[in-house]
Design a protein. Structure first.
Length: 334
């Protein structure tokens, strides 16, 4: 066997280590990439620090207030911080916040998804463009404008709807109406639904546009109708995006202040009927009482703000868990 060529062969090229391969894959081998990586990482860390600082501040001020509360902060149906000893609780506020947000989501999500599907799969381009532009404008309308519109236009024209609900569904107790101005939790839910509708529609529309064309063409080639294409290809692919859009809308509904304060007449009581005046929401209660509250009263309001902060974190965490569980159905890995 001739070993001349073997002896003259060049030595093997050393293989990069696993760490070097990962660094090269991230593009962090050049100075510009390293700078960008550092800035991105620093921004993420800064965001976590800011969130921790907010949580720490809210917790500190909340502890100061709750330690002097003579009632149960979670179950007391009263908010009286001007007496000695003070008695206050968030039961009514939690009920109003959750109920109004649920009403808004039940109304807004199906309508928003239907509008997004219409714009992406049914409407001609000359019609979908102007409609999408108007929806984009609605998403930028300030909350106080929605509130004024709700107080001047929506509330006076809901009497007929409330009367119809009371006549045919009043026996349930949920839609029993005693008359008077239509300033109730249902009114708040309808107004919040109108406010979050553009947000959910815009995000859902962009998600549906990302559906791979091959998925739809394959379904059409198998003889599927347009609705079957949407049901089998578009909706499964965009499910995670629709959930994310809904959570964005829910976040605005939970934290809305001025619009709710404009159309609601709170009495700080829990009513079985959605057509009776509601007890208020966390954000509305803080906005309406903060300027006139004493130092202790502001600590109590901050304590309620901490609860809203926790609810928002739980909602977002639940949304991420749902998206992670349904990722395999999104079609993103196809």
């Amino acid at each position: 066997m001739d070993t001349t060529h073997i002896a003259d062969a060049p030595p093997p090229t050393p293989q990069p280590s696993a760490t070097e391969q990962k660094r090269a894959a991230r593009g962090a081998t050049r100075p510009g990439d390293r700078i960008f990586l550092g800035l991105s990482r620093g921004s993420g860390i800064l965001l976590l620090v800011i969130m921790a600082a907010i949580a720490g501040f809210l917790t500190y001020r909340a502890v100061l207030a709750i330690s002097k509360d003579e009632g149960n902060f979670l179950t007391t149906f009263e908010w009286n911080t001007g007496v000695n000893p003070p008695v206050f609780g968030i039961a009514v506020l939690a009920y109003g916040t959750i109920v109004s947000s649920i009403i808004a989501m039940v109304i807004a999500v199906p309508i928003a998804v239907a509008i997004a599907l219409f714009l992406t799969h049914y409407a001609p381009r000359r019609l979908s463009g102007p409609i999408a532009y108007v929806i984009d404008l609605l998403a930028a309308v300030p909350s106080i404008v929605y509130g004024l519109w709700g107080a001047l236009i929506l509330v006076p024209h809901l009497g007929g709807l409330f009367g119809w609900l009371d006549e045919y569904l009043g026996w349930t107790g949920i839609f029993e109406w005693q008359g008077g101005a239509a300033r109730s939790m249902l009114t708040v839910g309808i107004l919040l639904a109108i406010m979050i509708l553009p947000i959910i529609t815009n995000v859902s529309r962009e998600v549906f546009r990302q559906v791979p064309q091959t998925h739809e063409e394959a379904a059409l080639a198998l003889g599927a109708t347009r609705w079957e294409v949407i049901r089998m290809s578009v909706l499964p692919f965009g499910r995670s995006g629709v959930i994310s859009a809904s959570m964005l809308g829910l976040g605005r509904a939970l934290g809305e202040t001025m619009a709710v304060a404009t159309v609601l007449s709170p009495d700080f009581q829990i009513h079985a009927s959605l057509l009776d005046p509601g007890g208020g929401t966390f954000a509305q209660n803080i906005a309406s009482k903060f300027s006139e509250a004493t130092e202790f009263g502001r600590d109590a309001l901050i304590a309620s703000g901490l609860v809203l902060f926790v609810i928002t974190l739980l909602v977002n965490g639940a949304a991420r868990a749902i998206i992670a569980r349904r990722k395999e159905y999104s079609g993103a890995n196809a």
